[in-house]
Design a binder for this molecule. Structure first.
Ligand code: G6P
Length: 608
């Protein structure tokens, strides 16, 4: 979703802003723009489509400046046109915004009455006019922004510059992510750290309600009550090259191949130190011993992690679990249980629905909260009492891959900790599980080596309009994830069903044009699954089956097989998802879609 970058410096910031926008492209966008303070005037350039077009326009017009803001827009209010692209300008004030202003219609009417005219359909333009309105009386951009944001309802992260105040950059956030990058006699703002890594590794994470004024050598932050506050500067461990493509063709491909490393990093403390509650934080032992049930809240791929974890935790720890889509939970009337642990799962830690669902749970009186998250400074981590950070490293591809498998590793760790606290994991079993986890990255390498076989499947899939994924038990969520991946990036319509449901509807769809992908690990449900596969064959359906080395499936005509290493027990879903990730990647390549930036989708969904 929308990306923001801004800079105040003693050098031309145009290249910094453009590079920052490129690094924010992964969030998803459909237009882009920049405003630079150039010769006491705002020089604004906006384009639809890719940042490369904006870069070209900036170069052609020789746009430059020591202070500026820039933006990638993912359209919500108003079509993705140049006129709706940010920055929006009112008088000499330019604004970029991420979020949604819920009371924009009332503010628009009020501002029209006051004589302002609007040139776009966006909610953002009201912010520019509102700041201009207050600026006219106080002539202070910081003060005017504070007065303006006090009128806003909804979510926002904004950056503001003004032609009469060079060397000043104002930032404010409420609900949407925004941070400050601290340089030497220069300061920056951005939606996330990756945008600023070429210029700094020192960051200040703004809190909800904060408004900040950045000068060349000064940073002043006031909180939601208007009090001056000091926010700590944090040193990031991330380096610029960690978010670069390197030898790979796409980020998704890079991230699929990073999974063995990401898993080792995520599991390192567990493997070295054993199954310990402290892996989830200081309070973990008391909280995890107290809770009697678990509610998982998440969106998209992270929701599929939750569905998988439910199988593990109920079986290993004997704790009842339910997994809910965050956007549903936050608006339904649920029955709070004070002994429940609320577990949010998120790659970004900024997904608006997941964050709101957590806040909703807290408002219902839920005290016990835990997040599994890939970004240690994110809002979800800050809001939760317990956490485990997945060590996947920055994930840029919109289709989540390494974040998913590391979430699963973290959730399996949670299952083991809960089982141990309840006396259901003896020392022998603990060592056995740790050995299995230690072997996991190596096993995943073997699965990755199957890429050329998956590629051949993908060549056939690329011609299809629809696909059906089947799984049973803890591999049903993996079927769901396989179907999600395929539709996200190759735009092939895909559905997933627990194989036992086949006869209750989807079998009606099966014919020679409907490929059916079945996940067939050598587990207790294999015999049941085999019957389901026969049902598909009997109707002329073309079967693609992902097996384990020890799965015995009778040869059927026209059955395509890919064989993974020996059955990995409880960890099997973490391996079985990998061929499905590669399948969607190669199907997308065949179809020529934009793998890392699929149409209409965003990486970080920071609005409802
Ligand atoms: C978007 C992304 C998905 C992701 C989902 C949840 O839809 O495209 O890949 O699974 O958001 O994001 P989160 O950061 O909360 O895991």
């Amino acid at each position: 979703m929308c990306g923001i970058i801004g800079a105040v410096a003693q050098r031309n910031v145009a290249p910094i802003l453009i590079e920052g926008l490129k690094r924010l492209e992964y969030r998803g966008y459909d237009s882009a723009g920049v405003a630079l303070l150039q010769d006491q005037e705002i020089k604004r350039i906006r384009t639809t489509g890719r940042v490369a077009a904006l870069e070209e326009a900036v170069r052609e017009q020789n746009a430059h400046g020591l202070t500026g803001i820039a933006h990638t827009r993912w359209a919500t209010h108003g079509a993705p046109t140049e006129g709706n692209a940010h920055p929006h300008v009112s008088g000499g004030i330019a604004v970029v915004h991420n979020g949604i202003i819920e009371n924009h219609e009332a503010l628009r009417a009020e501002l029209k009455q006051a004589g302002f005219s609007f040139t776009s359909q966006t909610d953002t333009e009201v912010i520019a006019h509102l700041i201009n309105h207050y600026f006219k009386s106080c002539r202070d951009l910081f003060q005017a922004t504070r007065e303006a944001v006090a009128r806003l309802q909804g979510a926002y992260a904004i950056g503001v510059v003004c032609d009469s105040m060079p060397n000043k950059l104002i930032a404010a956030r409420q609900g949407s992510p925004l941070l400050i990058g601290v340089g030497v006699e220069e300061h920056f703002i951005a939606s996330d750290t990756s945008a600023l890594l070429p210029v700094t590794q020192r960051f200040i994470y703004l809190e909800d309600g904060d408004v900040a004024e950045l000068g060349l050598t000064s940073i002043v932050v006031v909180d939601k009550n208007g009090a001056a506050v000091s926010r700590a500067i944090q040193q990031s461990e991330l380096r610029a090259e960690m978010v670069e493509l390197g030898e790979y063709r796409h980020y998704m491909q890079k991230e699929i191949y990073e999974q063995p490393r990401a898993l080792s990093d995520t599991l390192q403390e567990l493997i070295n130190g054993g199954v310990q509650p402290i892996l989830f934080g200081m309070e973990a032992e008391s909280i995890l011993s107290t809770i009697e049930r678990i509610t998982f809240l998440a969106c998209g791929t992270s929701y599929h992690s939750a569905l998988t974890a439910r199988y593990w935790i109920e079986a290993l720890a004997g704790i009842p679990c339910n997994a809910e889509i965050a956007s549903e939970y936050r608006y339904r009337t649920s029955v709070p249980d004070p002994k429940a642990l609320i577990v949010t799962i998120s790659q970004s830690g900024e997904t608006a629905d997941t964050l709101s669902a957590l806040k909703h749970a807290q408002s219902l009186g839920h005290e016990y909260t835990l997040t599994i998250c890939n970004v240690s400074e994110s809002a979800l981590v800050r809001e939760s009492r317990l956490n485990m950070i997945t060590r996947a490293g920055p994930e840029i591809g919109v289709a989540s891959t390494k974040a998913f498998t590391t979430q699963l590793a973290a959730l399996f760790t949670l299952a083991l900790v809960l089982a141990k606290l309840r006396g259901r994991l003896n020392a022998v079993e603990e060592q056995k599980q740790i050995a299995a986890l230690r072997a996991l990255p190596g096993q995943m390498q073997r699965v990755l080596a199957l890429e050329s076989r998956v590629q051949r499947w993908a060549e056939r899939f690329a011609e299809k309009q629809h696909a059906l994924f089947l799984g049973r038990g803890m591999h049903y969520p993996i079927a769901l994830e396989g179907a999600l991946k395929l539709k996200e990036i190759s735009y092939i319509h895909a559905e997933a069903y627990p194989a036992g449901e086949l006869k209750h509807g989807p079998l009606a769809l099966v014919d020679k044009d409907m490929p059916v992908i079945a996940i067939a690990p050598n587990d207790a449900l294999l015999e049941k699954l085999k019957s389901n596969l026969q049902e598909v064959r009997a109707r002329g359906g073309e079967l693609y089956v992902v097996l384990d080395e020890d799965t015995h499936i009778q040869d059927m005509d026209e059955i395509h097989k890919i064989t993974l290493p020996l059955h990995a027990g409880w960890l099997s879903p973490i391996l079985h998802v990998v061929p499905l990730q590669m399948l969607s990647y190669h199907a997308a390549l065949q179809k020529g879609t934009d793998v890392d930036k699929p149409r209409n989708l965003a990486k970080s969904v920071t609005v409802e």
